[in-house]
Design a protein around this ligand. Structure first.
Ligand code: IMP
Length: 374
């Protein structure tokens, strides 16, 4: 079974937590775009977190096979360090790297410093490395062959030979940062949408069984570009409650209400089979919650309480609440079901909700129990 998980907004949708949750159902985890400019945080049981930058955020699973395809830009030193760090937590995983993935060198990092103010770049060299890819003068990973950290080879062939395994492709960044489909020029230098596994991993998109679009219950953006910013005390409250500071850069993220016009477009581009809605706990306790409609108007809905979320994810038959109204409103507006809800950073705070209609939740799984995966 092949699953692709994609960021539905501007990155930072909480993909790390959802990937960790979905790791229950997969064995092979693939990163196919970007490089160490991504940061997927996964909570460890002891309250600490592990930030995956180059490795796919499924790496905590014992026996995991972690694949880095040719779409990636790799800082080899950073990769070795990340592997060493992960080995302290999970001694049992393997890493396969595409011989055609390109290397980030010191020059790339120096040049990228200049992109920080102009484009809001993270500054770790990914953009300039991709420039050298297009100029066809970048160094590839072929020279490393296989070593004590990773094996180097044709990952496209390997993946196509192992299609019977449960494979999770973990997209970095988000749809609005895609070099072609995002808001140019304030975009990253790779493709971040579901179909881009075709050219960035050599696996045809028609082979995909499920596409999970990861969407935050509000919007955030790091760096310049089009965005409906929230300004004032509500903005600050959401930023602090949601820890909305860049996981690689530490910069405060811009905050806005969910934008359904943007999300509808994202659904059109990615054709997800389901949405995973994250950070719903961050919005709990607000008297009203804003929504940018598909017509581009700002509307307010009644806010929900933590209790509403708890009832929703713990009960089979759910009575209507402001929270279920919010979920149904999004589903109807963008034409895609929300089938996973994340209501806290820990793995046990991810729930399956398979809802025909939000007044009747059909199947629920929560607190880390294995669910059925259709
Ligand atoms: P670059 O990819 O480092 O050149 O950054 C280009 C733009 O994409 C900047 O606005 C970054 O802040 C943004 N960006 C890149 N990666 C991420 C990410 O993983 N999450 C959020 N924003 C990102």
């Amino acid at each position: 079974m092949i699953t692709v998980m994609i960021g539905g907004q501007w990155g930072d949708e909480g993909k790390g937590g959802i990937a960790d949750f979905l790791s229950n159902y997969h064995k092979v985890f693939v990163r196919f775009n970007g490089g160490p400019n991504a940061g997927n945080s996964v909570m460890l049981g002891n309250g600490e977190k592990f930030v995956f930058k180059l490795l796919p955020a499924g790496g905590l699973k014992p026996g995991a096979i972690l694949v880095l395809t040719e779409g990636m830009c790799i800082d080899v030193d950073a990769l070795r360090k990340e592997i060493d760090k992960l080995r302290e937590i999970n001694p049992n995983f393997t890493v396969l790297v595409s011989e055609k993935a390109i290397q980030i060198n010191l020059d790339h990092k120096i040049i990228d410093e200049g992109n920080k103010s102009r484009l809001g770049s993270v500054g770790v060299g990914v953009g300039p490395a991709n420039v050298d890819r297009i100029k066809r003068r970048a160094d590839t990973m072929k020279m490393y062959r296989s070593n004590e950290w990773f094996s180097v080879g044709d990952t496209g062939e390997w993946l196509n030979d192992h299609l019977k395994e449960d494979i999770l492709f973990i997209g970095a960044h988000g749809t609005e940062l895609d070099i072609h489909q995002g808001g140019f020029p304030y975009v990253t230098t790779s493709n971040c949408i579901s179909s881009s596994i075709g050219h960035q991993a050599g696996v045809h998109p028609s082979l995909v069984d499920r596409t999970v679009l990861c969407v935050k219950a509000y919007s955030t953006r790091v760096g310049p570009g089009e965005f409906n910013d929230l300004v004032g005390p509500v903005e600050e409250k959401i930023r602090l409650k949601g820890h909305e500071f860049g996981s690689v850069s530490g910069r405060p993220r811009r905050i806005g209400w969910i934008d359904l016009k943007q999300l509808k477009r994202s659904v059109r581009i990615n054709r997800p089979t389901m949405i995973a809605l994250t950070m719903v706990d961050v919005l709990a306790g607000f008297e009203k919650v804003g929504v940018w409609t598909t017509e581009g108007k700002l509307e307010y809905m009644e806010g929900w309480a933590t209790e509403d979320i708890k009832e929703f994810v713990h009960l089979d038959q759910k009575k209507k609440s402001p929270f279920t109204d919010y979920i149904s409103y999004i589903e109807r507006a963008v034409g895609c079901k929300i089938e996973i809800v994340s209501y806290g950073p820990e793995k046990r705070k991810k729930a399956w909700i398979w809802a025909d209609s939000l007044s009747c939740v059909r199947h629920i799984n929560h607190e880390g129990e294995e669910g059925e995966w259709r």
